[in-house]
Every structure is written in C-alpha cells, then in structure tokens.
Design a protein around this ligand. Structure first.
Ligand code: SAM
Length: 385
C-alpha cells in the first residue's frame, strides 16, 4: 500500500523525544514488521504508519509530512484506511484523520473478545456465530466511546436485552463476556450504563459480575420487558445537552416494538439493533402475515404493512428484505439517516446460513463513518481467541 504525498520531498520523521516514547509504547501495540516508511519519500504499510505518525504527533515541533504543501494551499495524501486519495483542508484535519486511523489500527489489533473464568453463576447460551456480533459490537462501542469523549462529556450505554454478562458457546464450555461487559471493557468507558433484562436470574448474575469485575462503573439495572420498562430506562438517562447515548438491542426474535424505539428517539441516541430477519421472519411468514398476529405491526409500527408486503411479494422481494427496508424507512421518519439493506451486516451460522442482521441507525453521519470501519473489520475467524 502506498501513500505518496504530493508535497515537497520529505525529511525523515524524527523519533519522539525519549521521555514520551516509552509512555506511547505502552499504549500502542507493537508494530507487526519493521518500519519501511521512508522509501524515496513514500509511506508504506498503514498500520505501521498510523503508529509512527502518532509518535510524530507528540513531537514538540511539526515534522515535514504535516507541513503544508509549499506549492499550494492544500496537500494530498492517501487515507490509510479508506485507501482513497483525498485532499485535506489543513494540518488539523490531516492530524484528526491520522489519529482516527491510528485508533482503528490499534482497535483492530486488539483482541475484542474476553474469555473469563467460570464463576458458578448462570450464563447466557449462544451459538459460535454470536462471537462475530460481539466483535462488531465491541469495536463499535470502542470507536463510539473514544471518538465521542471530547465532544460529549456524558456518554451513556443502554442495553435493552442485557443478558447475564457471561455467554457460553453451546456445546462447549467456552465463556465470553456478553455485550454489557464488553461495553464496560472499552479503553474510555461510558459515564453511565443502563442495563435492562427481563429474566431475574440473569439480571442478578449480571449485577454480581459487574460489581466484581467493574466496581467503579456507574450502572443502573432495570428488571423487566424493555417495552414495558422503557420509561424507567429513559428516566436513568441524565438530563441536559451534553448527553449522547448508544443503545444496543439484541432480542431473540422480532419482539422489539417500534413504539419503544420512537420513545427513546426523543434522546440523542444511536441504535444498534439485531434484526432477527432471516432465522425467524423467513420461517414465520405465514404466521406473521395472519391478521390475528400483531408481531410485525408492533415491530414496524405500521398497521397497513400487509398491503405493502402484498405489492412487494409480487415483485419477488424476500420477506426479510422487505422487513429490513420498511423498518429502515420507519427509522427515517424519526430523523435517522437512511440505511440501505447492504449496510446491515449479515451474520451467518456455522453452516453459512443467514441468521440475522446488525443495523446501525443514527441521526449523525459520523456514526456511519465508524460503522463503515466496523463493517470493514468483518472477521472470518472461527476460533474464539
Ligand atoms: C440474545 S440474548 C443477548 C444478551 C446480551 N445482549 C449479550 O449479547 O450478551 C437476549 C437476552 O435478552 C433478554 N430479553 C429478550 N427479550 C427481552 C425483553 N423484551 N425485555 C428485556 N430483556 C429481554 C433475554 O432474557 C436474554 O437474556
């Protein structure tokens, strides 16, 4: 990968001063191979450069690659992650992008899953494919909490289907942190965690684990069905303009009601939803379309969806896609930006069957920038760690 600068010939980047280097070395993961940055003024290897440029950012004086192109008011380089040639308005924007890239590179090298020791408490059973979901949720939580920490003094993590804290892969004894504990493990924790769970035993286990493993986190626990307890959940969101929340909703089926999402949308909040479209919806088309079944009415918040489905069915649209696209349009009515079907990450089973989709909804473009990066990091690792 080559990242040529169109600027004047580059001077070598001087190493960061001695007192800074060891501190940075502790924060940043080690480079994977020896640095080959300066080959005829051309930068090579994205991960290495992100690391080295971060070192360079801490230098007392700006180094040549950050200086403006003397020939013009802008300078060009390739964005290490997007691999797109783009122009930066100035040194500040370029630096901000390099920090973002360094953060992405570091997050991708970090093991996003955590394997705890058994503690004798109840666990949540999961399929092995759920590890993919955990990696993506963990990476997004990291990007969100770190990226927003200087913009929003109060960041809140909401989990409406929190589980027990530890998940166990079915058929194995392997344990891993569930979504709430992954969100508590991020480098820049949220200011508050609001965790809702309908199963009392699971919530008790979660409570004990949080107090043992993350005693300093500020956590509110809500017992009950999220649709019924949504006002209680919302009351725990701090008041004021400085609050930005991230809400993860991970039910077993399509049981989330649109009215619940509408209620929460009054707050500044991004949603990440597990849409159980393929595993459940596809199998249950007949049951769901029956006039006496109100599951999809509640999920979409649209009583007339059956007429729309009849029209789409004639065009050959699969039921799962119809639901996803109609849901996305409904989210747009709440002010969220449009999310095309292909941006909803498909999670497959071990046997490659489509199971469900992870969809992000936000009113802010920056959230989608993070989600884009998360989508690029879709892993094909099938082993736990
Ligand atoms: C698929 S598990 C996910 C657990 C957790 N998000 C994780 O990733 O580890 C679903 C959890 O949501 C809970 N749940 C399902 N429907 C719920 C509802 N309507 N209200 C509250 N909790 C619910 C279940 O009891 C279960 O613990």
């Amino acid at each position: 990968m080559l990242f040529p600068f169109s600027a004047a010939p580059l001077e070598p980047v001087r190493p960061a001063p001695e007192p800074v280097r060891p501190a940075l070395a502790r924060i940043l993961p080690p480079p994977r191979k020896p640095c080959q940055r300066h080959k005829n003024g051309v930068i090579t290897s994205a991960g290495l450069c992100a690391r080295d440029l971060l070192f360079a950012l801490f230098m007392p004086q700006p180094v040549q690659p950050f200086a403006r192109n003397p020939a013009g008011s802008r300078f060009e380089c390739r964005h290490p992650h997007r691999l797109k040639r783009r122009k930066y308005r100035g040194v500040g924007e370029y630096r901000a992008n390099m920090i973002f890239c360094a953060r992405m590179a570091a997050a991708k090298r970090t093991n996003l899953l955590v394997s705890p020791e058994p503690d004798g408490l109840i666990t949540t059973p999961i399929g092995r494919w759920a590890l993919d979901k955990y990696r993506l949720v963990s990476l997004y939580s990291r990007l969100f909490s770190t990226g927003m920490k200087n913009k929003w003094p109060n960041r809140v993590y909401i989990d409406l289907c929190a589980g027990s804290g530890f998940s166990q892969i079915e058929g194995t004894g392997q344990l891993c942190y569930g979504s709430p504990l992954l969100a508590m493990s991020v480098p820049h924790p949220f200011n508050r965690y609001i965790l809702c769970e309908r199963d009392e035993d699971s919530l008790n286990a979660l409570h004990q684990r949080v107090h043992r493993l993350f005693p300093t986190r500020e956590v509110r626990f809500v017992l009950g069905q999220h649709d019924e307890k949504i006002r209680e959940v919302a009351k725990e969101i701090p008041q004021g303009n400085s609050v930005l929340s991230f809400c993860f909703i991970d039910p077993f089926d399509l049981s989330i009601k649109f009215s619940t999402i509408r209620y929460l949308s009054k707050y500044r909040l991004d949603f990440l939803l597990v849409l159980m479209l393929n595993a459940y919806a596809h199998r249950n088309v007949k049951a769901y379309t029956s006039i006496t079944n109100h599951k999809i009415d509640d999920f979409l918040g649209l009583p007339d969806w059956r007429q729309r489905w009849q029209a789409e069915e004639k065009n050959g649209t699969p039921f799962a896609r119809f639901l996803a696209e109609t849901f996305s349009k409904q989210m747009e009515t709440l002010g969220h930006l449009a999310v095309p079907f292909h941006k909803m990450k498909l999670i497959r089973s071990d046997t490659n069957l489509p199971l469900y989709r992870l969809a992000l909804f936000s009113k802010n473009q920056l959230a989608y920038k993070y989600w884009e990066e998360v989508l690029k990091y879709s892993t094909d690792q099938s082993s736990l760690f």
